[in-house]
Ligand binder design. Structure first.
Ligand code: SUG
Length: 448
């Protein structure tokens, strides 16, 4: 049976703004308080989805969330009408209002961890929503994420959904941003690669000194158990704590994998040789030929990687077996990175082509091409069981661009977040979106 990697991209929400909310994420901190352009952000994301669809890749779309999250503000003690809740939060606790307005759910690589049916004990595709509990503004995403994923992958015969892990730092889980799967064919059993930043219960693992390690070993292990993965099909590796301290807040900022290939920076991991040997051995057991492409620090420094997001690229398989790298334009702007990419694609290896995208609005908050997509490997039967409303087509692209043009502002500053009218605008837009994507009622304002 045919199988595919389907990329579901997060649609940027109408409140996209630069709140400076993510300590440890260099771009988020350095662009704090700048005005954003939500309309441009959403159109840039849609243009990437359309381009990949036009290149022949399977493409889907994941809906944004209701923001400001008035229900979350109510849980923090703000009361009255919705407008009063926003006004009081603006007056008494502006950082909480800003957090409740974040459009961060657009980085759907953090929405969930997904294991394809060929890897799981019950032969279903498993999803565990990420608790994202390292940052308050992200920790409020998972209830709606679960409802949206449930509406997209509704068929219980093929899809199994798990609630987010316990919402404590010991089980900090950032979803697919720290998870990669290696395989020969998407529909065959593969090796799932979980990268953690620290251990919550075992102090033999070193931790970063400055910035938080968002993913714990124990969270990754819990996800693997929930999904029914075999020990032989799983490899755990620790991210180098020094690179976390240099701004590598997720593994997908310093490594990306696809098929049988891992593309990574020399400084990305601890005990790299042992890890590579384990990946090679385990993939061989399922008939795969593991290959790794290491980018030396002499060619690209960790700082170059953090600024350019070279590794936050999408590594895609083309029908002839070669691979294509989708990179943000910041890679072209960095001389060392661009020189490296030229040499990589002309070396005659598997990665033959680089395509550059303008994702500046998202990049300024630390979200590159790979952050914006959730990969779901599906066989033909499973793909047919996905809600067809969320699969990208030319007419859907047309409807979504028209929808963005109609509802989104082209400028948003912190003061704009205090305007209760913004909530009404967002709800009107999202109500229409659930009809376009045929999701049913998924937002708090639709179900309460
Ligand atoms: O969690 N930025 C996100 C970026 C997530 C990128 N995702 C992956 N690497 N997979 C984060 O740090 C910034 C929001 C703000 O500051 O307004 C933010 O949440």
């Amino acid at each position: 049976m045919k199988s595919y990697e389907v990329n579901f991209d997060g649609l940027v929400g109408p409140t996209h703004n630069y709140g400076g909310l993510s300590y440890g994420n260099v771009a988020s901190q350095s662009n704090s308080q700048q005005s954003s352009n939500p309309k441009e952000a959403a159109l840039q994301g849609l243009a990437k989805m359309k381009a990949l669809m036009d290149m022949g890749f399977q493409q889907g779309v994941l809906a944004p969330q209701e923001r400001p999250d008035v229900a979350a503000l109510r849980r923090l003690g703000f009361s009255g009408t919705d407008a009063q809740v926003i006004e009081r939060a603006a007056k008494e606790a502006m950082p909480l209002l800003v957090a409740s307005c974040s459009a961060s759910s657009m980085w759907v690589a953090n929405a969930a961890t997904v294991s394809p049916s060929a890897d799981t004990a019950d032969g279903r595709v498993h999803f565990t929503a990420a608790n994202l509990n390292c940052k308050y503004h992200r920790s409020i995403e998972h209830p709606t994420t679960s409802r949206v994923l449930g509406a997209m992958f509704a068929n219980q015969q093929h899809f199994a959904h798990h609630a987010a892990l316990p919402a404590v730092a010991q089980f900090g889980d950032e979803g697919a941003a720290n998870h990669t799967r290696f395989c020969r064919e998407y529909g065959e059993a593969g090796v799932e690669f979980f990268v953690f930043g620290r251990s919550a219960f075992d102090n033999r693992f070193p931790a970063p000194q400055k910035y938080p390690a968002r993913q714990t070993l124990e969270a990754s292990q819990a996800v693997a158990r929930l999904h029914g993965l075999r020990d032989e099909g799983v490899v755990y590796a620790q991210q180098n704590p020094d690179v976390i301290d240099q701004g590598v807040f997720h593994n997908d900022v310093i490594a990306v994998g696809n098929g049988e290939v891992l593309f990574y920076h020399e400084d990305a991991f601890l005990e790299t040789d042992k890890m590579l040997a384990e990946l090679q051995g385990k993939l061989a057991k399922v008939g795969g030929n593991f290959q790794s492409v290491c980018v030396p620090r002499s060619a690209v420094t960790v700082d170059d990687a953090v600024r350019s997001y070279l590794f936050n690229s999408q590594l895609l398989s083309r029908p002839d077996g070669s691979m294509l790298l989708i990179v943000p334009q910041e890679c072209q702007a960095n001389e060392r990175v661009w020189t490296y990419l030229q040499s990589l694609t002309s070396a005659g290896g598997l990665i033959r082509e680089v395509k550059v995208f303008d994702l500046k609005q998202s990049m300024q908050n630390g979200g590159g091409p790979a952050c914006l997509r959730l990969r779901v490997a599906l066989n033909e039967t499973e793909l047919a069981a996905v809600n067809p409303g969320v699969i990208m087509t030319a007419p859907l692209y047309g409807s979504l661009t028209a929808w963005v043009e109609k509802h989104y502002r082209d400028r948003l500053s912190e003061t704009d977040l205090t305007d209760p009218q913004l909530l009404l605008e967002c709800r009107t837009a999202l109500d229409e979106l659930t009809q376009i994507l045929k999701l049913g009622a998924v937002y708090p304002f639709q179900i309460n």
